[in-house]
Design a protein around this ligand. Structure first.
Ligand code: FEO
Length: 398
């Protein structure tokens, strides 16, 4: 059988999820996701991060086909979230003497999910565990993605098993390594993963990157997405850039419109942004594009212009999730603009302004509220100038 090796006696035994519609039941997965797991076969055998429970049969088949009758001695849990840990109990049933390796924060949540674990091995920051030729070393990276998150560094091969850090959406379609695929696709899916999973903890992600900076790293093997063997520096640089909130030149315009009038306003705003010299202008209908895609583009680009029509005295309901996520994830160094329509009531722009105040958004221009449709020249000018002002602010780096 063709086994996938990262290095001598280190195997990829992960699976692809092409069934789940939504990651964590709220983030769309049009391209699926992989749950990566790794097996180190030495004097002792270590399995690093299992997979999601729906893939148990395929997973155990892969592990056993490498092991050829040997047993697993250590099961390393870098992170408790069930997309990785929900096969823990099954792995223990399969190899009852296995020692489950985690840190001081790992086991309370793990046992709350899956019940008591008999053979626990608690490791501390920098502690090592010899498997024979290979030696595992553990580094804590709290909040990347949960408090117990850690990474495992294998000293002999110089591979970092980074769990969620440096991960991304998208199944591995035959190509497992970064040098076997078209990176542009995976970059987009990595940024969407970052913006919606890791971005809220950008500071902690930076600390984790700093910590790993002291290691010789030949390969980064996350628990989702590609294994970075040809150019791990590339993915470290991307993560650093996103964690430092470094934006690219571009404007994301998102509108919520019930009868098409605020959508017409968005077109005018977009003209203003484009004519000011912005080549990357993205326009999204918040009722049609799921928030994770929009948040990913907002993380990438500097300008953000939000438009909402009124809905009773509030704003178009689908916009609420996006602005909530913006104030939760707090992408920094942005320039914002607000617009929207009113009919018998206002409320769209007023509600957006409330979120702007709460989130301390940097507004590049006065907000624009239009009565009815944008058919009057003064309204057209205001909307056009709003797009232009945000664009100029982006171009000037303010
Ligand atoms: Fe992939 Fe936070 O779990």
């Amino acid at each position: 059988m063709n086994q996938i090796q990262l290095s001598d006696n280190i195997y990829y035994v992960g699976v692809n999820d092409r069934h789940t519609d939504k990651f964590e039941n709220h983030i769309e997965l049009p391209n699926g996701v992989s749950y990566n797991s790794y097996l180190i076969v030495d004097t002792q055998v270590a399995l690093i991060d299992p997979v999601e429970a729906n893939f148990l049969e395929e997973y155990l088949f892969k592990v056993k086909s490498v092991l050829q009758g040997r047993k697993v001695d250590y099961l390393v849990i870098n992170h408790d979230e069930p997309d990785h840990s929900s096969t823990v109990a099954a792995v223990i049933r399969e190899w009852p003497e296995v020692q489950v390796v985690g840190n001081a924060k790992t086991f309370a949540p793990l046992e709350a999910f899956y019940g008591p674990i008999a053979n626990k091995k608690v490791v501390a920051e920098g502690e090592t565990l010899s498997l024979g030729t290979h030696t595992l070393q553990f580094f804590m990276v709290p909040m990347v993605h949960w408090p117990e998150s850690m990474v495992t560094y294998e000293q002999h091969s110089q591979i970092v098993f980074s769990n969620d850090a440096f991960g991304g959406f998208g199944t591995l379609n035959g190509g497992i390594f970064d040098d076997q695929v078209n990176l542009a696709f995976y970059e987009d899916e990595m940024r969407r993963y970052y913006a919606n999973i890791v971005g809220k903890m950008a500071m902690q992600a930076l600390k984790a990157i700093e910590k790993l900076g002291g290691l010789e790293i030949k390969m980064i093997a996350p628990s989702h997405g590609l294994v970075w063997r040809s150019n791990p520096a590339w993915v470290i640089e991307k993560y650093t850039q996103w964690s430092k909130h470094e934006s690219e030149e571009g404007v994301v315009i998102v509108y919520g419109s019930m009868h098409g009038n605020t959508a017409r306003m968005a077109e005018i705003v977009a003209r203003g942004a484009a004519e000011a010299g912005i080549k990357e202008v993205k326009v999204y209908d918040v009722a049609r594009t799921e928030v994770s895609f929009i948040l990913s583009d907002i993380w990438k680009y500097k300008g953000v212009i939000l438009g909402a029509c009124a809905h009773y005295a509030n704003m178009f309901p689908n916009m609420t999730l996006l602005v909530h996520e913006l104030n939760e994830f707090k992408p920094k160094n942005k320039c914002y603009g607000l617009f929207g329509g009113m009919s018998w009531s206002g409320g769209g722009v007023k509600t957006l302004a409330k979120y702007a105040e709460e989130g301390q958004w940097n507004l590049a221009a006065e907000s624009v509220e239009v009565k009815g449709a944008p058919i009057r020249e003064e309204d057209w000018d205001k909307l056009y100038n709003l797009g232009k002002a945000v664009a100029i602010s982006c171009l000037s780096g303010k």
